[in-house]
Design a protein around this ligand. Structure first.
Ligand code: SAH
Length: 377
């Protein structure tokens, strides 16, 4: 049970109920001699109603309310910064109990509201064009720290009292590589998709990976959901320099894993490929042609992302004409494409700009040499 402890500093070891998905809560209640349906009741109180005071959980016995109050907490990180962009994008900086800070971004659109959630403090993968990666890595987020981002955003957006504003989609595209924090991410995604919690359908939750091949296979075995793969290059030499994990899992292995993933999913699912367009680096007509060959046979949504510049990156955004031309070549070959609009860049909320505040960045190299899947802290 060690991984379930919220404040495990030896002083107050107490269970944070946000660590548990419904099967976890069912186990917890059965150990207490309670019926398993208590799990559905409690998960509804916490995640649907946003109740953190156990005494308000009126369908639980008084004895159970008292037990939960004395032995557990419902504890979310503190919001230390809350900014709304001129385009409506809202960004929160959350302070974790150990002082690390992570970022969460809400992107409202006409027909949906997408929450971009972080999975690690920093990132160990060191992709050359990503500001998060440049800042180093500290640790995996716990399940509670991942799902807290959804819990908090749901409450804070509700408070805006703007009709139609809510979290309809979640993308694990914030700070970190979700598939290097496998177990905690899977547990948090289960809560997102649970009808007694957020009830998001499998098309509305996306895990994005830079290409941790064995974890893509494991993910396909345990969840039916959307996968996004950060491609950014269509040959190994270029991808090695942009996305260093490619040296460990080169493109042929990655694309084979994508095919296996699709085969395990329910009908009509497809993979989102993300491709950041970098001026003069990966945005030529030849690169587009090569990309078409690479994804052949895989049901594809190609997400073209104009590079969001940051100081010292050494890259430039592809000119709009180039983006359009690249897009047209793919579209003419029958590939479904979307050019991602940059959102929230006036508050540094755009892709690759989430940096938080990382207390000890020194673990990055150790972790990258030996990426381990599902490593628990
Ligand atoms: N590690 C995962 C999750 C992070 S997702 C992954 O790599 O998929 C963040 C997305 O934003 C990725 O597709 C990433 O490549 C992209 N990105 C990173 N830096 C960017 C930048 N400066 N401009 C535009 N997109 C960027």
């Amino acid at each position: 049970m060690r991984s379930l402890i919220a404040h495990d500093n030896g002083v107050s070891a107490i269970l944070n109920l946000l660590e548990l998905d419904r099967p976890g809560l069912e186990d917890y209640f059965s150990e207490l001699g309670e019926k398993s349906f208590r799990a559905s009741q409690v998960i509804q109180w916490i995640h649907q109603k946003g109740v953190t005071d156990f005494q308000q959980m009126s369908n639980l016995s008084q004895a159970l309310r008292d037990h939960l109050q004395h032995n557990t907490v419902i504890h979310v990180p503190e919001v230390v910064y809350d900014a709304t962009s001129s385009d409506g994008t809202r960004k929160w900086l959350l302070q974790l109990d150990d002082g690390n800070r992570i970022e969460t971004v809400y992107i409202p659109e006409d027909d949906r509201g997408t929450l971009c959630v972080s999975s690690q403090v920093g990132c160990a993968l060191d992709c050359s064009f990503c500001s998060t990666g440049r800042r180093g890595f500290n640790r995996n987020l716990r399940t509670a720290e991942i799902i807290s981002q959804v819990w908090l955003a749901t409450r804070l957006i509700d408070e805006e009292k703007k009709p139609g504003r809510k979290v309809t989609n979640v993308v694990l595209m914030g700070m970190g590589e979700p598939l290097l924090n496998f177990d905690n991410v899977v547990r948090a995604v289960r809560i997102m998709m649970d009808d007694f919690a957020y009830g998001l359908s499998k098309r509305r939750v996306t895990v994005s990976t830079a290409g941790v091949v064995p974890a893509i296979d494991r993910l396909g075995d345990v969840l039916d959901m959307r996968l996004a793969v950060s491609l950014h290059a269509s040959d190994d030499e270029l991808r090695n320099s942009l996305v260093p994990i490619n040296r460990k899992y080169p493109l042929q292995q990655l694309m084979a894993a994508c095919r296996r993933f699709i085969d395990k999913q329910s009908a009509r699912s497809r993979i989102t490929f993300e491709y950041v367009l970098l001026d003069g680096v990966n945005d030529s007509d030849q690169h587009a042609q090569q990309l078409i060959k690479l994804v052949k046979g895989i049901p594809t949504l190609m997400n073209l992302i104009p590079f969001n510049p940051f100081a010292g990156s050494g890259y430039k955004t592809s000119p709009i004409k180039r983006v359009e031309r690249f897009n047209k070549i793919l579209a003419d070959a029958g590939i479904t494409t979307v050019v991602r609009r940059t959102r929230g860049d006036d508050i540094d909320a755009a892709c690759g700009q989430l940096v938080g505040k990382i207390e000890d960045k020194s673990r990055r190299h150790r972790r990258f040499e030996e990426p381990r899947i599902g490593m628990q802290i």
